[in-house]
Design a protein around this ligand. Sequence first.
Ligand SMILES: O=C(O)CCC(=O)C(=O)O
Length: 335
Amino acid sequence: MTHPAPIPWKPKSSRTDTMNTATLTREESRTDLYPSRGGMQSSIVPRTHPVVWAPAGTPAPVDQALISQYERDGFLVLRDVFSPQEVANLQAELDRLRHEAQADERPEIVTEKGSRQVRSIFKVHELSAVFARLAADQRLAGLASYLLGEDVYLHQTRLNYKPGFHGKEFYWHSDFETWHIEDGMPLPRALSISIALTDNTPHNGPLLVMPGSHKHYVVCEGETPPDNYQMSLQAQEIGVPSDENLHRLASEGGLVDTAGPAGSVLIFDSNLMHGSNSNITHLPRSNAFFVYNAVSNAVQAPFCQQPPRPEFIATRRNVSPLKIRSNRAEDFLPS
Ligand SMILES: O=C(O)CCC(=O)C(=O)O
């Protein structure tokens, strides 16, 4: 396994406004350009849409070398994006929410299989003013908006706690396959930003990625059962590529672990093949995940024969452009 060479992160602008929105016609957004499941045989087909959607000539908020790396590999790891004080404040909010969740039973709170330990908290930007500010932070949302080439909104947000000893794996998958089939997201014009809130080490289950896999669309076998999310949030079994296809992608692009100290930021394309191992160490691997989607790529009816997943997993109501803002360390103090 190799490690990505970090390129120093240099913010170049502090854009806090919003970009224009290009719209997809209703007909375009209802054409299933990336079919999967529903009786299909597993296969790998080319992705036919861009990775970087910024119109030519738009100044990048970071070094162009980083943008080229993202386009080629489908991900970027950035260090030192947040100050130690900001990280400490975010960690305090992470702990506060976990304590609150332990005493609560809400659909947004997912526990580990066979244990009461908190695995994930969804819709965290609505549950916490601190994480709402983090998701709208110019360092994250500004970059997402540049890469997606227009205004963005939050399709999904969550904290994945991966507690020591009990945090279970996330098996290999492309998020876009699920978001397309189960949520009706028309195009791979979305990305995730994961902020490490504890140190992610090679041992505690950091995200593993297959560089270059984002340029292929992996068709998966199987049918989407009713309420699939109830199972898939604990252990994904549908929307999982065949061993043969995973073997091919890993052989071509290799495997990279995205470990980095608390405060590291991982940006990855919606169609990048990724997953992570269980955490059998004593220390948690806790990360925030924010999914940014282009406003013109808002979800429609699912492309499987099932009702839409709940709002806490896939935003349908509030798809208006995120108001990007500059924050200070104290804006991340626990609420
Ligand atoms: O937290 C992780 O390691 C993986 C998260 C992930 O892939 C997911 O939630 O879809």
